[in-house]
Design a protein around this ligand. Structure first.
Ligand code: G3P
Length: 214
């Protein structure tokens, strides 16, 4: 499973890149707004740091306007993936993008039928928002399982990008189900290697070793 960071923060992206574990980046308008920098300039900088796919989202809600933004974003760098919302106008724009060779990540996906439709049209990625489903008392991981099953049933090539992950257990669950990618905030990424028993164990090993040196 690939790891993406769900952030537009350059410091976090550089820190993740240094570990050599970041395969791509996802952003959204809320994450971009936090950084207080021109959208395309910021996305261009992210694409220079991370050679893998970098998702950048349109803010229009009508097909032709979405397409215009998609074409502009696709020009920023070769590794840009245009993010479109999974609404009827977004699906229409997706079809046009696919025809033009623009790679698309369909975002705000909350049910398997949405995932099936965007894969049939040829989305490169589909992003189910798992944590937000959990937030309203649904089971995000069940939705992820259903999408995996449907894609496997029909050999659909769209990559499942598990999004809105809130903690390391979400990442493990998404891996067990077979999500192609997990995108996560830096705070979650940072916790993936943590275990108190690792720290306690190392401390004891080093203390015992030190005794042999005196
Ligand atoms: O970027 C998409 C998604 O990961 C958002 O997550 O935590 O805002 O629900 P969250």
């Amino acid at each position: 499973m690939k790891f993406y960071l769900d952030t537009a923060n350059l410091d976090q992206i550089r820190a993740g890149a240094e570990l050599g574990l970041v395969d791509g980046i996802t952003t959204n308008p809320s994450l971009i707004a936090k950084e207080g920098m021109d959208f395309k300039t910021l996305v261009g900088k992210i694409c220079e740091i991370i050679p893998g796919p970098v998702s950048a989202e349109v803010v229009a809600t009508e097909r032709d306007a979405m397409l215009k933004e998609a074409r502009e974003l696709a020009k920023v760098a070769d590794n840009i993936i245009v993010k479109l919302p999974t609404i009827p106008e977004g699906v229409k724009a997706l079809k046009r993008c696919v025809d033009e060779g623009i790679k698309v990540n369909m975002t705000l996906c909350f049910q398997p039928s949405q995932a099936l439709i965007v894969a049939k049209i040829g989305a490169t990625f589909c992003s189910p928002f798992l944590g937000r489903l959990d937030d309203i008392g649904h089971d995000g991981m069940t939705v992820l399982e259903e999408i995996r099953l449907i894609y496997d049933n029909f050999g659909l090539q769209t990559k499942i990008l598990a999004a809105s992950l809130r903690h390391p257990l979400h990442v493990v669950q998404a891996a067990k189900i077979g999500a192609d990618i997990a995108t996560m905030p830096y705070a979650v990424f940072d916790k993936l290697l943590d275990h108190p028993l690792t720290d306690i164990g190392l401390e004891r090993f080093l203390a015992d070793w030190k005794k042999t040196q005196s």
